[in-house]
Design a protein around this ligand. Structure first.
Ligand code: PAF
Length: 283
């Protein structure tokens, strides 16, 4: 893998590839890579001629009391993982490269960011859409890959790409889970073994809600039972459990209101916030 730190150098490499007719796949990340990121990189390798992965822990998407400074930075390990799946270019910009002195331009996506992560983490999506728009302008990929694990982020990016006419396609990779169901996340490494065990309640609750809905229970009943189950398994704090239209992220009370429904969950396990989701199709 070629490591590139400047916009100029990266543009040179990408222009050369495009001139020889190569398609470009892009996987933006914040590092602390796991199988989820690698699966996106593999999708890009299968579909595109040149695969670019970026690692940048984006300060603007962290709130003042969030984990920016302790966010895991594991660059050595990340680059060998990227190497093992045949990544062509690792873009590793520093803060001054992504946010030149005095940078004052932001991208905000309204509506879809109103609730859930947008509500619990004010400013988070503004940071995400701004850095992703900037990365898209630097890389100009044919296809950009994101994980379903961050379902609301997916909805935000899709909306931004549509509204601002970014000339690229978004491909979503499925959530990759540990054998016991825990959704892979860079933040899982904060969990003690006891917390790791307790965090299984998130995926179990989502499975329960999904089963109930597939069996024909109303959304209201399914959520109620889900919350009851969560509270019983306990010792972790539920922030939200809800059912939304997968595209608009508006709360949905039945399948009549949406083509595809996403069940969302967020909880605090000790000091670690975890999120998970599952897409439910009309039975
Ligand atoms: O999903 C992430 O890792 C980040 O939110 C992203 C898309 C790389 C933007 O910083």
């Amino acid at each position: 893998v070629i490591v590139t730190t400047t916009v100029e150098k990266l543009r040179e490499q990408i222009t050369t590839a495009k001139r020889s007719g190569k398609s470009v796949g892009f996987v933006p990340t914040m590092g602390a890579l796991h199988e989820g990121h690698l699966s996106l990189t593999k999708l890009s390798k299968n579909e595109c001629d040149l695969t670019v992965v970026s690692i940048f822990v984006n300060p603007t998407q962290f709130g003042p009391n969030e984990d920016f400074s302790k966010y895991p930075r594991t660059i050595e390990q990340d680059s060998s993982m990227l190497e093992s799946v045949g990544t062509d270019i690792l873009f590793l910009p520093d803060k001054e490269t992504m946010y030149p002195t005095g940078a004052a331009t932001f991208v905000t996506v309204d509506g879809v960011t109103d609730y859930f992560e947008g509500e619990v983490r004010p400013g988070h999506f503004k940071g995400v859409s701004t850095v992703v728009a900037s990365l898209f302008n630097i890389v100009i990929p044919d296809i950009a890959y994101f994980g379903q694990k961050d379902a609301q982020q997916v909805a935000v990016i899709k909306k931004m790409v549509k509204d601002l006419h970014f000339p690229l396609r978004i491909v979503i990779g499925e959530t990759i889970r540990e054998a016991d169901g825990l959704a892979m996340s860079s933040r899982n490494r904060y969990l003690s073994s006891d917390e790791r065990q307790k965090s299984l309640t998130l995926s179990k609750t989502l499975s329960l809600v999904q089963d109930l809905i597939v069996k024909g229970k109303s959304f209201e009943e399914a959520l109620l039972e889900g919350k009851r189950f969560f509270a019983k398994t306990g010792e972790i704090t539920l922030e939200y459990l809800d059912l939304v239209d997968s595209e608009t992220f508006a709360r949905a009370a039945s399948f009549k209101e949406a083509e595809s429904i996403t069940a969302l969950i967020a909880a605090k396990v000790g000091t670690t916030r975890l999120i998970d989701n599952v897409v439910i199709t009309k039975p």
